[in-house]
Design a protein around this ligand. Structure first.
Ligand SMILES: *[C@@H]1O[C@H](CO)[C@@H](O)[C@H](O)[C@H]1NC(C)=O
Ligand SMILES: *[C@@H]1O[C@H](CO)[C@@H](O)[C@H](O)[C@H]1NC(C)=O
Ligand SMILES: *[C@@H]1O[C@H](CO)[C@@H](O)[C@H](O)[C@H]1NC(C)=O
Length: 556
């Protein structure tokens, strides 16, 4: 009797799980799809020329220099170039040269309602150097800004002069009516126009742009100073939009092959921890046999770190990434992804990611420790008395640099080696970021702007949150932001084609077609995030409020 009851119970549970999975697999439950909008007319060739001109300035930042840049004159000339190229922005908006040596820009477009917190668009115009000796390997010279073969070529094209040029171009486009005598002003407004989608665009919420000049070396002189300035002025931000993800044309294997726009809702923290090992040293002809040599200690420490790895933690925003991918994923993965927030699923997927996901995926679920430098030894025949190891650590959201130090201290204990552990350069370390919400209206509005302006065979890309492995200037503003940080640049990349590897590398280049599309996405973000309150509220109600009955609408 008892046995039969248990059997029935288990059968019922099994049937429930299987039906649940079958339902998930068979049901097509895609999120609401906004209708595309028609981007405002843009002289694409001229806009691309302005962007290419910006690339021609070798605005290299340099941590070895006190002023953080190789040549201040290049930056000053570049700022003058921006003023010449986007005169409407300089004419109608408040432009301040800020930061150390006034090499960064803070641009303010005052909104009509000063009760609303401003939205801040962040980018930077410093670039990383071109590796000496690699210049000849470039198909087109690194500071040429060449337009060829479907790309704009050059250092900074992807990281991230694209953002600076496209944001200024979008603002210029929205400001066009300010110059043209406001011909539309007296005209009777239609319902559609009252929704805030028609010209002239007057933001209700203040829009700010912050362009830093030393992001690639930490951003303290640029974004750090701008953040401090905003704080001193008592500015509280509604939202920060910074660089981060992009549109992946070929999707996100193995989940989906349809294009995916990745929006970074968090970024990893950064720390460098120094471990100093000591040993008696001596003549190399008689190395110690008791494990006290530097070589043995290195081996022991390495083994201890392998045996006691950092914890595997599948947490937000990686869980949000999975749940947002679920509707676009086919087969048995969908039921799993849909439930990515459940504890057992988090545990299971976390283990799978760490063990079988490869380096990119494993880094999403762990704080990583990478031994990046070893200094030891003075001569071929002398046993070293000291070895200095530098571990570069990338911290998961919510973790502090001190936790990395403690982890290494524990490893030193397990390894029973003679070592000192300390955090190196505290000013150049920071915790894993806060995680912005993927459920609130900020994310919804950003998603809407992306899906309205990017279409592939009549379908918008999936918009998916993710955890950014690198660091951005947004860390200098995040504490001021009520709605967190959305990290996304509106250009397209082909992951399997190796585009992600072009950032900071030889032949850095961006698709020429992405530029006008990116301008349109930024423009739409400005309208949605800073336009009338009705636009802010209508987003969750229905996608059709922003698109006319004919299927699409004109923006400006
Ligand atoms: C950075 O500055 C240092 C010190 O002035 C200089 O030696 C070095 O060449 C610079 N790096 C680059 C890539 O220009
Ligand atoms: C982009 O490049 C392709 C291929 O070279 C070219 O056919 C197209 O006209 C270019 N588009 C723009 C806007 O420059
Ligand atoms: C991406 O690159 C791969 C490999 O070069 C290519 O086969 C594929 O067609 C590209 N996809 C897109 C959407 O460009």
């Amino acid at each position: 009797m008892h046995v039969r009851h248990t059997t029935v119970l288990w059968s019922a549970i099994a049937i429930a799980i299987i039906s649940c999975m079958l339902f998930d697999i068979l049901s097509v439950n895609k999120p609401e799809i906004p209708k595309p909008i028609v981007c405002p007319p843009l002289d694409t060739a001229a806009a691309l020329d302005r962007f290419r001109g910006l690339i021609s300035y070798p605005s290299i930042s340099n941590i070895s220099r006190e002023d953080h840049v190789n040549d201040q004159k290049v930056f000053r000339d570049m700022m003058a170039y921006l003023e010449r190229s986007y005169p409407r922005v300089w004419k109608h908006l408040k432009v301040e040269q800020v930061g150390v040596n006034s090499l960064s820009l803070l641009i303010t477009w005052p909104g009509s309602n000063s009760d609303l917190r401003p939205v801040l668009f962040v980018s930077h115009y410093d670039v990383v150097p071109v590796t000496p000796g690699s210049e000849h390997a470039w198909t087109y010279p690194p500071f040429s800004g060449e337009l060829a073969d479907g790309y704009v070529w050059g250092r900074g094209s992807l990281d991230i002069k694209f953002g600076v040029a496209a944001l200024l171009e979008a603002a210029s486009t929205l400001l066009e009516s300010y110059d043209s005598g406001e011909a539309e002003e007296g005209k009777e407004k239609t319902e559609k126009e009252k929704d805030g989608a028609d010209s002239p665009f007057r933001p209700e919420r203040t829009i700010m742009f912050a362009f830093g000049h030393d992001e690639e070396v930490g951003g303290n002189h640029g974004a750090g100073a701008i953040g401090a300035l905003l704080r001193s002025r008592g500015v509280n931000l509604e939202l920060v939009v910074d660089e981060g993800g992009s549109v992946l044309l070929d999707g996100l294997s193995p989940f989906t092959r349809r294009p995916v726009a990745m929006v970074g809702l968090a970024e990893k923290g950064f720390a460098t921890v120094e471990v100093t090992l000591r040993s008696p040293g001596g003549h190399s002809s008689m190395p110690p046999t008791d494990g006290s040599s530097i070589a043995d200690q290195l081996w022991q420490l390495g083994t201890a770190l392998k045996e006691h790895p950092t914890r595997t933690q599948l947490q937000s925003p990686v869980t949000d990434m999975l749940t947002h991918l679920a509707p676009y994923t086919l087969g048995w993965l969908r039921p799993l992804l849909k439930r990515a927030e459940l504890r057992p699923v988090r545990w299971l997927v976390g283990q799978l990611f760490r063990r079988f996901g490869g380096r990119e995926v494993a880094a999403m679920v762990t704080t990583t420790l990478a031994l990046t430098r070893i200094r030891a030894g003075v001569a071929d025949n002398v046993l070293p008395q000291e070895a200095v190891l530098l571990y570069n650590i990338r911290l998961l959201p919510g973790q502090e640099p001190i936790q990395a130090v403690e982890h290494l201290q524990r490893a030193v204990g397990f390894a029973r080696v003679n070592a000192e552990v300390r955090l190196l350069d505290e000013g150049n370390s920071w915790p894993g970021s806060q995680v912005s919400s993927s459920n609130d209206r900020h994310f919804q509005l950003v998603r809407k702007a992306i899906q309205e302006t990017w279409q592939f065979d009549g379908q918008p890309p999936a918009v998916v949150p993710f955890l950014l492995m690198g660091a951005t200037d947004s860390k200098h503003y995040a504490a001021l932001s009520h709605g967190g940080v959305m990290r996304f640049v509106p250009y397209a990349m082909n992951k399997t084609g190796g585009d992600l590897g072009l950032i900071h590398a030889t032949n850095e280049r961006v698709r020429n077609t992405s530029f006008s599309q990116g301008v349109c996405t930024y423009l739409r973000m400005m309208q949605l995030l800073a336009g009338s309150e009705s636009a802010l509220q209508s987003v969750s109600a229905s996608a059709s409020t922003s698109a006319s009955g004919s299927g699409s609408q004109s923006l400006v």
